[in-house]
Design a protein around this ligand. Structure first.
Ligand code: GLN
Length: 377
């Protein structure tokens, strides 16, 4: 029997339960390995150099320039540092700035379920109507017909999380072609939450929506330094958008936030220019393999994961408990905390038997979790 109450974020709830029960915490998505010493040294140096007062509202120019350059190298399009990039206190706040500035009361906003937990509450806070499209059962691919049925002239925004949390899926060429067709027909804007862009697990890597010239004039792209540089507690992110959309966004942002941590922006400006992004994906691929191999001794069955540091497992051969009960029971009785998938739906389909495991952990932690789960036969 679960005590989970949906007023609490599932991440906060499961992490608290893991701490109370001393369980291995593969639930909330945060790494347990350190931030780069170099990056920490850059932050200390910036503080000691006296960079401790307000930064300019849209972000430090040096950081915006570094981001523009890196993005152009990675995805072939340079967003203008002056008018098309804003540094935010984490991706969550970037998402809020997009929604609050794009959505007016009565607008429809299309969301794909399962959906990251902050989208729907933020849409509702802006007076928008969430219009839900369920990803296909079992492989969580994009249902083209259901997507087409959900959009119309009232659709103001479509929110897409790619790579996807919790499923680890990617939008493929065909999905993006359908999106482009529908966008050109109805003129909605797109919020692409790409916080896991640098955790590409498949051979094909990751394609940003920024690579599609037809989408760029209508698309906001959201990123998180917390995810990319294993520093989730720093709450640093940024948003890219064409100047017209960005101007509206800054209108909201300047009174909601005004500006973001100055010394950390100085440090990131240097670090973004030199960081080895390929090494990040390589490290996570190795972690995914370590975890998947270790989990082969259990009866959990992995789903395909192409991006993010999450891996879904099907537990239907082990138990018919609901996923919320299963997550709680596994934490209490077997010492491993995970995240149930049904909580990311407004009305979850019946009989969902998937749990999300975060593998952004030291290898010994991953091996010990799999060992504990191997007792369940
Ligand atoms: N994004 C993280 C996850 O998916 C959690 C962030 C949070 O706790 N709000 O686990």
């Amino acid at each position: 029997m679960s005590f989970y109450n949906s007023n609490d974020s599932i991440f906060a709830y499961m992490s608290k339960l893991a701490n109370e029960t001393n369980a291995t915490n593969l639930s909330q998505g945060f790494p347990d390995f350190p931030v780069s010493e170099t990056l920490i040294d850059y932050v200390c140096a910036a503080m000691k150099a006296g960079h401790n007062q307000y930064a300019p509202m849209p972000g430090l120019p040096a950081l915006r320039e570094a981001l523009s350059k890196r993005h152009a190298e990675d995805y072939g399009h340079a967003y203008h540092p002056e008018s098309e990039i804003t540094v935010t206190p984490g991706a969550t706040q970037a998402i809020q700035s997009v929604i609050a500035s794009a959505v007016t009361p009565g607008d429809d906003v299309v969301l794909f379920a399962p959906a990251y937990d902050c989208y729907a509450p933020m849409v509702e806070a802006a007076g928008g109507n969430p219009v839900w499209v369920h990803l296909n059962p079992h492989d969580f691919s994009v249902p083209h017909q259901a997507f087409a049925d959900a959009v119309n002239n009232r659709t103001k925004l479509v929110i897409i999380n790619n790579p996807h949390n919790p499923c680890g899926t990617l939008w493929d060429e065909e999905d993006i072609r359908v999106l482009i067709d529908l966008q050109s027909k109805y003129g909605f804007r797109v919020l692409a939450d790409e916080v896991y862009e640098k955790i590409a697990l498949s051979e094909k890597g990751f394609s940003s929506f920024a690579q599609y010239a037809q989408l760029r004039p209508f698309t906001y792209l959201v990123y998180s330094f917390g995810k990319t540089f294993h520093a989730t507690g720093w709450k640093m992110g940024y948003v890219l958008a064409p100047a017209l959309l960005m101007s509206d966004l800054r209108h909201f942002f300047q009174f909601a936030v005004f500006s973001v941590n100055t010394p950390v922006q100085h440090a990131l400006a240097k670090y973004v220019a030199e960081a080895d992004y390929d090494a990040i994906s390589t490290m996570y691929r190795s972690k995914q393999q370590t975890f998947q191999r270790a989990m082969e001794q259990t009866k959990f069955k992995p789903l395909m994961t192409k991006g993010s540091y999450f891996q879904l497992y099907d537990y239907s051969e082990i138990s018919q408990r609901s996923d919320v009960d299963m997550a709680e029971w596994l934490t209490r009785e077997h010492g491993v905390a995970t995240i149930p998938v049904s909580v990311f739906y407004p009305n979850p389909p019946k009989d969902m038997r998937y749990l999300r495991f975060c593998f952004a952990k030291n290898d010994d932690v991953l091996l010990s979790a799999a060992d504990k789960l191997s007792a369940l036969q």
